[in-house]
Design a protein around this ligand. Structure first.
Ligand code: KIV
Length: 290
């Protein structure tokens, strides 16, 4: 019997996962930025399902199970109601659907802010039950102790500064942050704090380009921009935004496709054919009627 895959049984620490399971690692993502320079920008997209992961995986360095799934998948009003169980279910699906990208999972609101110990309990569940390689959490200096605590215990953390959507009830909207000098200085200090705490990368969301450039130059780890600047060390978008699944295109999004239009057209054609009994046709039937 010929083997269709091989298991790495070389050492007790080998990953006994069928080849071609050659994922990018978190250290390899961190190592993209050397002495402040990232020669090859990091490509990250959100993914929530196995099939979506399969389609995106060959093109990405990182897949993020974003808590934006609250709005995108579940129709929730914000990411605030998203639970750990939701993140685990979708995280496991994305890991199953990918073999190349490093996969990271968002820590949902309420699962990490209370204490480093609470964050460790939540993050270890996320890694154990999804197979993801790291977590992302929102916040600046207030989260530095937690990021260091997780890192020291084997959990790589991606930071997230600037616009932090889980704080929507404090912010009052999703507009760009750091417009005033004081707020820009706070965001820069937050970025420095999470970088110094050891995060392997950080998302910089919804800030003016000059501030994103300053943050990128100020921190050793890679910055991943969204609504930020092309000089960030990488970029991330919510996949449904770039696919054109929604009617309004926010300024920071580029629509690379019109999936909403394609889906609407296909559904309209199907509905019309069902109503006129044109579907199913002969080709869709198991054999000819006698
Ligand atoms: O939840 C999310 O999808 C995110 C990205 C937009 C960075 O945090």
């Amino acid at each position: 019997m010929s083997a269709t895959y091989t298991l790495d049984t070389s050492t007790s620490r080998a990953n006994p996962t069928p080849a071609p399971m050659r994922r990018l690692t978190i250290p390899s993502i961190r190592a993209r930025k050397v002495d402040g320079v990232t020669a090859e920008p990091i490509v990250m997209l959100t993914a929530y399902t196995a099939r979506q992961a399969q389609l995106l995986d060959p093109h990405c360095d990182m897949l993020l199970i974003g808590d934006s799934l609250g709005q995108v998948i579940y129709g929730l009003p914000s990411s605030v109601p998203v639970t750990l169980d939701m993140m685990i279910a979708h995280g496991a699906a994305v890991v199953r659907g990918s073999y190349h990208s490093a996969v990271i999972v968002d820590m949902p609101f309420g699962s990490y802010e209370e204490s480093p110990a609470q964050a460790f309990a939540s993050a270890s569940r996320l890694l154990k039950e999804t197979g993801a390689a790291g977590v992302k959490l929102e916040g600046g200096a207030a989260m530095a102790e937690t990021i260091a605590f997780l890192g020291a215990r084997g959990i790589p953390v991606c930071g997230h500064v600037g616009l932090t959507p889980q704080a929507i009830n404090m912010l009052g909207g999703y507009g760009p942050r750091g417009k005033s000098e004081a707020e820009a200085a706070k965001i820069l200090a937050d970025a420095r704090a999470v970088a110094d705490a050891g995060c392997f990368a950080m998302v910089v969301e919804g800030v003016l380009p000059e501030l994103a450039d300053t943050v990128t130059a100020a921190v050793a780890c890679p910055t991943i921009g969204i609504g930020a600047s092309a000089t960030c060390d990488g970029q991330v978008l919510v996949t449904e935004d770039l696919l054109g699944m929604f009617e309004r295109t926010p300024r920071f999004v580029k629509r690379y496709a019109d999936l909403a239009g394609i889906i609407g057209k296909a559904a309209a054609e199907y509905a019309s054919e069902v109503r006129t009994r044109a579907f199913p046709g002969e080709d869709q039937l198991y054999g000819k009627r006698t």
